[in-house]
Design a protein around this ligand. Structure first.
Ligand code: ARG
Length: 566
C-alpha cells in the first residue's frame, strides 16, 4: 500500500477538496511526535469561514476507523495522521525483500534515452581533479537514471581535436623521444607541449609550422594522423587506469575529433537560417538580446572551434539517440559556453535542444597540494586515489578488525571515501578535501556507511540458519524500528529528487541518514541476544536484511562498493 496516497484519499473524502490541492498541501511534520503526515487547515478557513483549529477538530471527528491509521489528531490548525506502525513496517519490509535490487526503482524512464556526458579529459593533457569531479557526478547520475528505467548512454567527449594538436605534433617531431614518452606518456607530451610554447615565443615561425600540421591532420594526412592516433591511444591507457579504479564505464569515447567532419553541415544550416553574421572577419551568432557575447562558429581564418564541434555533437546525438535528455557534466567555468551553444541551437529551431542541460560543479582543493601547478597533475591524481587506499589500509590494520581481504577492502573504502566527498554537497559548492573527515569512520563519510553495512552483514552471518521470511512485526514497533523503516520507505523519493535536480547528493544524504537510523536501531534493539524471543528475533533480522540491502543499492547509485567486513 502507498501510505501517503492512502492519507491523501482520506483527506479528499472528508474535505471534498480535489487531489491536486491536497497533494500540494500535505506535509511531513518536522517532529515525529506530530505524526507521519500533517494536513494544514489554514487554506480552508476562508471557504468554511471558521478558525483553522476548529476545522481541524471537525475533520478529526469525521474520520472513521481505518486499518492503516492508528490515530488522527487535531493540533492547532493541523490535522496530524499517525500510521499503523505494524502494518507500515511489515508491508515495507516485505516490499523491500520482494523488490531486491530494484527497490527504489521506477519505470518512469521506459522508452526514453538519457545521455550523460562526463569526464571528457583532454588528450595529452593531465586528467585533473575537475575531470574526477565530473566523473564522480556523471557516473552517479548515469546510475540514478538507470534505476529510474531510462536507457542511459555514458559519453566521454574527449578533447582530442583542435589547433593544439598541430603544436603537439610539431613539438614531437622536434623534441619527442618515443622511449621516454612511452614510459610516462601524458607528462612527457605535456613537457614538449610546454616547450613548444616557450620556443614559439622566440621563433614565431613555429606557429606556422603547427598550423600546417593541424591542416594536414584535418586533411587526413597519413603520417600526421597516425601520430595523433598514437597520442590518443596512449593517453586513453592512462585514463583507463583511473576509470578502472573507480569502476566507471563508458558507452562511447566519441570526442571532438569524431565531429570534425560533421561541422560543415552545421555551418550550412546556420547560414541558411541567416543566423551567421560577420564580426572582425569571424562568423558568429549574435546573442546580444540575451546580454551574452556572440557564439563564434568560424574563426577569421575559417577554422572551426570548440563550440562548433559541440553544436555538431548535439545534432549528431539527437539523430543517433533521439534523446530525452542530453546532460553535460562540466565545471561551472564553462557555463557561458553551454548557454551560448544551447541558444544557437534554439535559434536554429531545433525543438529537441530543450533536452540539453549543463550540469555544473564547483572547484576542488586538495589538502596540502597546490593544484594550480600544471606539471605532474596526472601522477598527483592517481596519487590521491592511492594515498586514500593506503591510509584506509592503515586504519583497518590499526583497528585490528578481522577483514578477509584487506587490500580489496582498503580499495573499496579508500575510493568510496573520495567519491562520497565529491557527492556530499550540492554539486555547485566548492570542495575542500580533508583526509580526516573523508576517512572518519564515525562521521558522515563513505566508510561510515560501509561500516554500517558490514555490521549488518555480520549480524546476518551470525544468524545463519534462522529463517526470517514472513516475520511477525507486531512487537517490533519501537521508535527506532519505525524510524529506520520509514527511511527505507523513502528511498524512491530520494532517487526521483536526485534525478529531478541532477543532484547525486540527495542519494548521499539519504544513505547517510539511513545508516544513522540503522545504527540507532541496532544499538537500542538487541537482535541476537538470548533473551530476545524468537518472533522478535526474526522480525529484527528481516529489518536488518532490508536495511543492508538498501544501503548497498543506495551506495551503488553513488558508484561506491560495499565490503562484507571491515
Ligand atoms: N574537454 C573539456 C575540458 O577538459 C570538457 C568537455 C566538455 N564537454 C563538452 N561537450 N564541451 O575542459
Amino acid at each position: 500500500m502507498d501510505f501517503k496516497e492512502h492519507v491523501i484519499e482520506l483527506i479528499m473524502n472528508i474535505t471534498e477538496l480535489d487531489r491536486e490541492t491536497v497533494e500540494k498541501s500535505i506535509e511531513i511534520p518536522p517532529d515525529e511526535k506530530m505524526g507521519d503526515f500533517a494536513f494544514p487547515c489554514f487554506p480552508l478557513a476562508k471557504v468554511m469561514r471558521k478558525a483553522p483549529p476548529l476545522i481541524a477538530q471537525e475533520l478529526a471527528e469525521k474520520m472513521s476507523d481505518d486499518e492503516a491509521i492508528d490515530k488522527v489528531q487535531a493540533v492547532g490548525g493541523y490535522l496530524n495522521f499517525f500510521l499503523n506502525r505494524e502494518k507500515f513496517i511489515s508491508e515495507t519490509i516485505n516490499a523491500v525483500e520482494k523488490a531486491e535490487d530494484k527497490w527504489g526503482s521506477s519505470d518512469m524512464g521506459n522508452g526514453k534515452t538519457v545521455l550523460v556526458e562526463y569526464s571528457s579529459p583532454n588528450i595529452a593533457k593531465p586528467f585533473h581533479i575537475g575531470h574526477l569531479f565530473s566523473t564522480a557526478v556523471g557516473n552517479s547520475l548515469a546510475r540514478i537514471y538507470k534505476h529510474l528505467g531510462y536507457d542511459v548512454q555514458s559519453l566521454n567527449h574527449l578533447g582530442d581535436w583542435g589547433t593544439q594538436f598541430g603544436k603537439l605534433i610539431s613539438a614531437y617531431k622536434r623534441w619527442g623521444d618515443s622511449e621516454v614518452i612511452e614510459k610516462d606518456p601524458i607528462n612527457e607530451l605535456l613537457k614538449i607541449y610546454v616547450k613548444f610554447h616557450e620556443e614559439a615565443e622566440k621563433h614565431p615561425e613555429l606557429e606556422d609550422e603547427a598550423r600546417d600540421y593541424f591542416k594536414k591532420l584535418e586533411e587526413g594526412d597519413e603520417e600526421v594522423t597516425a601520430l595523433w592516433k598514437h597520442f590518443r591511444d596512449i593517453s586513453l591507457v592512462e585514463y583507463q587506469r583511473v576509470y578502472d579504479m573507480l569502476g566507471v564505464k563508458f558507452d562511447s569515447y566519441n570526442g571532438e575529433a569524431f565531429y570534425s567532419d560533421k561541422m560543415d553541415e552545421v555551418v550550412e544550416i546556420l547560414r541558411d537560417k541567416k543566423l551567421l553574421v560577420e564580426s572582425d572577419g569571424a562568423q558568429v551568432v549574435d546573442l546580444s538580446e540575451l546580454n551574452i557575447p556572440p557564439c563564434i562558429v568560424l574563426k577569421s581564418d575559417g577554422a572551426t572551434i570548440y563550440a562548433t564541434r559541440d553544436i555538431a555533437a548535439a545534432l549528431y546525438r539527437h539523430r543517433t539517440y533521439d534523446f530525452y535528455k542530453n546532460i553535460y557534466v562540466v565545471g561551472i567555468p564553462q557555463s557561458l559556453h553551454f548557454k551560448q551553444i544551447f541558444e544557437v541551437m534554439k535559434k536554429a529551431d531545433w525543438e529537441w535542444a530543450k533536452g540539453c542541460e549543463h550540469v555544473g560543479f564547483g572547484l576542488v582543493k586538495l589538502p596540502g597540494k597546490n593544484m594550480s601547478t600544471r606539471h605532474g597533475d596526472v601522477v598527483l591524481l592517481e596519487e590521491v586515489l592511492n594515498e586514500s587506499i593506503e591510509k584506509t589500509k592503515e586504519i583497518i590494520l590499526s583497528n585490528g578488525s578481522a577483514v578477509d581481504n584487506v587490500d580489496d577492502a582498503a580499495k573499496k573504502i579508500g575510493i568510496g571515501a573520495i567519491l562520497y566527498t565529491f557527492l556530499k554537497n550540492s554539486r555547485e559548492k566548492d570542495i575542500i578535501f580533508s583526509w580526516e573527515s573523508m576517512l572518519d569512520f564515525e562521521g558522515e563519510s563513505a566508510p561510515y556507511c560501509q561500516y554500517g553495512y558490514a555490521r549488518g552483514r555480520s549480524i546476518l552471518r551470525r544468524a545463519e540458519g534462522i529463517d526470517f521470511k514472513n516475520a511477525d512485526f507486531s512487537k517490533t514497533v519501537s521508535d527506532e524500528e519505525y524510524a529506520l523503516v520509514k527511511q527505507l520507505n523513502g528511498f524512491a523519493d530520494a532517487v526521483k529528487a536526485a534525478a529531478d535536480k541532477n543532484e547525486p547528493f540527495y542519494i548521499n544524504r539519504y544513505v547517510t541518514n539511513l545508516t544513522k537510523a540503522f545504527n540507532k536501531f541496532y544499538n537500542t534493539n538487541p537482535i541476537l541476544k538470548d533473551d530476545v524471543d524468537a518472533e522478535t528475533k526474526k522480525a529484527r533480522l528481516a529489518i536488518v536484511d532490508a536495511a543492508v540491502s538498501v544501503i548497498r543499492i543506495a551506495l551503488g547509485l553513488l558508484g561506491i562498493d560495499t565490503v562484507e567486513s571491515m
